[in-house]
Design a protein. Structure first.
Length: 187
C-alpha cells in the first residue's frame, strides 16, 4: 500500500506523527444525533493510514488508502460520507467539537469515479479546551479503492485554500501511484 503518503510526500519539514501508521479497519461516522461513533468499515479488505505533522507544528497532514472487497462497498462509504455532510453541520465526540462542517466542490480533482470533499472548523479538543483549526478532508474513489487526504491548520498559520491545495496534491499523488501499479507491490 505504497499509495499512503510518507512525510516527504507532503513537502519539506514534515515528520512522522506518533502514532505514525494505522491499519485499523474502523472509522468515525456521525450517528443520527451527530455524535461521532467508531464503526467498522463495511467490507474493507485492508487500510493503511499515515499521520504526519510539520516540524513547527503548524500543519498536520494525513493520508489513508483503503481497499474494499467490492466496488459497491467503496461506493457505500462515500455515499454515507456525503449523507452525513448534509445532516450534521456540527459534529461532536464527548467534549471534542467540529462546527461548520460542509461539502465543497473542487473541480480540479479529475480521474476519480467520485469525490467527497469535507471542510470544517475544529473548535474544542477532547478535554473541552477551545481550539481554532480549519481542516479539509478529501476522499476519492477509484473502483474499489478509496483514498483520503486530510490537512489541518490553526487559524493564522495558513488558509483554507492552502489546505485544499495541499489535500488535492496529495490525493492526486495517491491516484497516480495507484494507476502506476503501486498497489500490486508490497509496502
Amino acid at each position: 500500500m505504497r499509495e499512503a503518503l510518507k512525510p516527504a510526500d507532503w513537502g519539506s519539514g514534515f515528520t512522522k506523527s506518533d502514532p505514525y501508521e494505522s491499519g485499523d479497519l474502523n472509522r468515525y461516522v456521525p450517528d443520527a444525533s451527530c455524535n461521532l461513533t467508531n464503526v467498522p468499515m463495511t467490507n474493507a479488505f485492508a487500510t493503511l493510514a499515515r499521520y504526519t505533522t510539520k516540524s513547527d507544528g503548524a500543519v498536520s497532514a494525513n493520508s489513508e488508502f483503503t481497499t474494499y472487497k467490492a466496488v459497491e462497498s467503496a461506493q457505500y462509504q462515500l455515499g454515507q460520507d456525503r449523507e452525513t455532510l448534509r445532516q450534521c453541520k456540527t459534529q461532536k465526540s464527548g467534549k471534542e467539537r467540529y462546527e461548520d462542517v460542509h461539502q465543497v466542490a473542487i473541480p480540479e480533482l479529475k480521474g476519480f469515479d467520485e469525490v467527497v470533499t469535507e471542510e470544517g472548523h475544529y473548535v474544542s479538543d477532547p478535554d473541552g479546551k477551545k481550539v481554532d483549526y480549519y481542516y479539509t478532508d478529501l476522499r476519492g474513489r477509484k473502483g474499489n479503492f478509496v483514498m483520503q487526504a486530510d490537512v489541518t491548520r490553526p487559524t493564522g498559520a495558513g488558509t483554507q485554500e492552502q489546505n485544499r491545495n495541499d489535500a488535492v496534491s496529495a490525493l492526486l499523488l495517491m491516484l497516480s501511484r495507484l494507476e502506476g501499479g503501486a498497489s500490486q507491490q508490497s509496502p
